[in-house]
Design a protein around this ligand. Structure first.
Ligand SMILES: [Zn+2]
Ligand SMILES: [Zn+2]
Length: 355
């Protein structure tokens, strides 16, 4: 079967490994039908990272169930489901605490599409095995386009959960999103606006993303470089910059008693402006996105139109073009499907202007 493998920096190729098979009673076999590139995939492809190649790439997808083992009565062949990025058992202490990204039945950060925590395949592959399938998979509402839902596996749900807890407790909270990666900050903005935040500010060094954020309903603050802090009364600040200056700006822009959620992935140890933070007093939230418990709500909000991620997406592209597009990605989040692109192709199809 066809598998998209990262063999080195900027070196992607289709390989033909043996197809995965059902090997435990709770397994399902899935065919990804809409796969999105996580913001992290760009960095993994473009440069050396802690993820040692070779490995199959991809960890955001909607798939179609093609086979089921015996202990999967709640699922059926042909069903379309979101496949979360993480591998989790559903029964360990952390899974029962709704922290499947910290499942203790598998190695730490076990996931599709990386080489930490073992090799589980990638979600651009033709076929993937999903263990503990009933626990991990969330059926797609019939009217939801897989193209729109692929990122619910990771970035979209991550963005949603970055803002939902604070906005649920404090509906009048003012939100600052420090952008910098292709989709995460914009998806956070989309989520905050969709959840009715009183005021959402989006700061970024990229003018195009600022324009998108503005169209999504945020007050955009384009900057040439991240400031030390942005003046304001930000109860909730989300760092989606993946830049150390953006990280610092997010921390220092959080008002006393506020919450700063770090959604960027940093590979290095970062300096913390600790004494200033001590004087301010903030709540700092970090960690991997625990997607699966929150995917049903994200899908419900896509279904009712509250969350429409299409302004943040590029494509649909054909899987056949994945090597070329992932090496030179568009300035929006690429999504791959098996269907022919419609004549009125979606906006933001730009092939040659990488991040
Ligand atoms: Zn990811
Ligand atoms: Zn577990």
């Amino acid at each position: 079967m066809r598998s998209l493998v990262l063999v080195g920096p900027r070196r992607l190729e289709w390989q033909d490994p043996p197809a995965p098979r059902l090997s435990a009673p709770t397994d399902a076999l899935l065919r990804p039908i809409a796969s999105a590139a996580c913001d992290l995939d760009r960095r993994i492809v473009a440069s050396p990272s802690p993820f040692e190649p070779p490995f199959a790439l991809g960890h955001e997808a909607v798939g179609e169930i093609v086979d089921l083992a015996g202990d999967t009565a709640g699922l059926r062949v042909g069903q379309r489901v979101v496949i979360p990025w993480h591998i989790s058992c559903g029964t360990c202490e952390n899974c029962r605490r709704d922290l499947p990204g910290a499942c203790v039945s598998v190695p730490r950060l076990a996931s599709y599409g990386t080489s930490v925590g073992g090799h589980w395949g990638g979600l651009f592959d033709e076929l993937v095995r999903v263990p503990w399938a009933e626990h991990n998979l969330t059926p797609l509402p019939p009217a939801v386009d897989p193209f729109l839902a692929a990122s619910a596996a990771d970035n979209l749900t991550d963005a949603f959960q970055a803002v939902r807890p604070t906005l649920a407790a404090h509906p009048d909270a003012e939100v600052l999103v420090v952008g910098g990666t292709v989709s995460l900050g914009l998806l956070t903005t989309l989520s905050a606006v969709g959840l009715g935040a009183a005021k959402v500010t989006y700061l970024d060094t990229d003018g195009t993303r600022c324009a998108t954020a503005s169209a999504l309903g945020a007050t955009a603050v384009p900057v040439s470089a991240y400031p030390d802090r942005l003046e304001g009364r930000f109860d909730l600040v989300v760092d989606a910059s993946a830049a150390t200056e953006g990280f610092r700006c997010a921390l220092l822009s959080t008002r006393p008693g506020g919450t700063c959620v770090i959604r960027s992935v940093y590979f290095a140890e970062l300096r913390l402006p600790y004494f200033t933070l001590y004087a301010t007093g903030i709540n700092l939230v970090t960690g991997p996105p625990h997607a699966s418990p929150h995917v049903p709500e994200v899908l419900r909000l896509i279904d009712d139109g509250t969350l429409d991620p299409s302004p943040v997406l590029a494509g649909p592209f054909s899987y056949d073009d994945a090597v070329e597009i992932l090496r030179e990605p568009p300035p929006a989040k690429p999504v791959f499907t098996h269907g022919e692109p419609p004549d009125d192709a979606r906006p933001l199809i730009h092939r040659n202007s990488g991040q």
